[in-house]
Write a protein that binds this ligand. Structure first.
Ligand code: RP5
Length: 266
């Protein structure tokens, strides 16, 4: 085959590992990412002239937990202070071994992302979330379906997951709450199987703040799956999608990989 033919170029691209979303996409209002080739991402690889812009979203500053009024009982104030010296070392967390730079900033375990600071993420280091992977049989055809929502912020289809609330000790409780808030159905996720725990490739990740999730899979009974779906505040739609259609869809962050893991798809 002519090595420059369309087909050979297409095949070469197909065989190449995709570039991380944390190096190619970005959150709303983020500055452009400093270009980091995948092979120069690890912190122990030299990338001369690496000077990424620093960005922290105003909403993160506004939710600084050290500014919380004493009598305040709402859910706001979910962010660490901007001055990292005010954050206790044990409050900077990750499922992976943590590394810090010379100034005391935690370093993204998957390497450089082209942006410093926390972007839209509240915590220095890992920001913990939970993702419910909900399947059920179609009541008419018997085909296996998966529950997805459409995110309002990016317009992408996604799992109905979300960030852990401070008082939630168990991430399965976060998964149950998010499922109710984002898709309108009540399911006890403590009975689900945990299929993944760790770093996820999220477009909001930076050099110093990143997403880590716990993903839980549960196949619903016909009674549970008969509950009416209702998209919550952060979603514009909630739907059952046949599993056979999933692999051709592009999904938010690492959600496709999480689903493949849960359903043992390749
Ligand atoms: C993703 O961000 C996680 O997998 C989880 O689904 C989500 C949590 O962020 P929000 O939905 O709360 O924005 O990386």
């Amino acid at each position: 085959m002519n090595p420059n033919s369309f087909l050979s170029v297409f095949n070469r691209q197909k065989n190449k590992a995709p570039r991380a979303k944390a190096r190619t996409e970005k959150g709303r209002d983020y500055p452009d990412r400093f270009d980091v080739p995948e092979d120069k991402a690890p912190w122990n690889k030299k990338l001369s002239g690496y000077k990424p812009e620093y960005y922290v979203a105003p909403v993160v500053i506004k939710n600084d937990e050290t500014k919380k009024p004493e009598d305040y009982e709402g859910k706001d104030y979910w962010a660490h202070p901007e001055d990292i010296s005010l954050v206790a070392k044990e409050d900077i967390q990750s499922h992976e071994p943590l590394q810090f730079d010379a100034e005391g900033f935690p370093l993204n375990p998957r390497g450089r992302t082209g942006i410093k600071g926390r972007g839209e993420l509240g915590k220095w280091g890992a920001n913990f979330a939970a993702d419910p992977i909900i399947t059920a049989d179609d009541p008419v055809t018997g085909e296996k379906r998966l529950l997805l929502i459409r995110r309002k912020d990016t317009g992408e289809w996604a799992l109905p997951g979300g960030m852990r609330d401070k008082e939630e000790k168990l991430l399965s409780a976060t998964a149950s709450r998010e499922l109710k808030e984002e898709a309108g159905i009540s399911v006890d996720m403590s009975l689900a199987e945990k299929v993944y725990e760790g770093y996820v490739d999220d477009p909001r990740n930076t050099d110093n703040a990143w997403m880590e999730t716990s993903a839980y899979h549960l196949h619903l009974t016909p009674e549970q799956s008969a509950q009416a779906l209702e998209a919550g505040d952060d979603a514009s739609d909630a739907r059952w999608v046949p599993v056979s259609e999933l692999l051709s869809q592009s999904l938010y962050a690492s959600h496709k990989d999480l689903i493949k893991k849960a359903l043992k798809l390749s």
